[in-house]
Ligand binder design. Structure first.
Ligand code: 5GP
Length: 129
């Protein structure tokens, strides 16, 4: 069965899309740790990040770098943290999270955004890609 992220990539499930290329897709996390929290996903459905072949893994990092630079310009933060978890969705994804402290990487603290706030930050990040 297709993963929820494959359904997002195909447009079957809506998302706040930031950017895509031939092989990767970036969209806002629906339950963000911070404003601008973005997921970068390979279009090819693989469960665990270190099962990606070398080209797919390096391509994902290069794609994530492009998105992270745009997030850094769009959100006031010290840096953009990167994390790979995958305990909830078994389809490789890189979390890009604007951070000011180590604690901002914690998945125990979440923020609530309205649809308008999602749209606003999506458009702002997109404008820097
Ligand atoms: P992980 O698999 O890395 O533990 O967490 C999966 C992440 O995907 C979570 O941060 C969660 O909020 C996000 N997520 C799960 N389902 C959806 C969805 O349908 N849309 C979006 N945009 N994010 C999702």
């Amino acid at each position: 069965m297709a993963s929820i992220f494959t359904k997002i990539i195909s447009g079957e499930i809506p998302s706040f899309k930031i950017y895509e290329d031939e092989n990767y897709f970036a969209f806002l996390d629906i339950n963000p740790n911070a404003l601008g929290h973005t997921l970068c996903v390979p279009k090819k459905e693989v469960d665990q990040v270190f099962d990606l072949d070398d080209d797919a893994l390096s391509g994902l990092m290069i794609f994530s770098k492009k998105v992270a630079h745009a997030i850094k310009k769009a959100v006031v933060c010290k840096r953009v943290g990167i994390s790979v978890i995958g305990l909830e969705v078994p389809h490789v994804h890189v979390h890009l999270i604007p951070i000011n402290t180590m604690g901002d990487m914690s998945f125990d603290s979440k923020i609530q955004l309205t649809k308008d706030q999602f749209v606003e930050i999506m458009n702002k990040i997109k404008s820097y890609i």
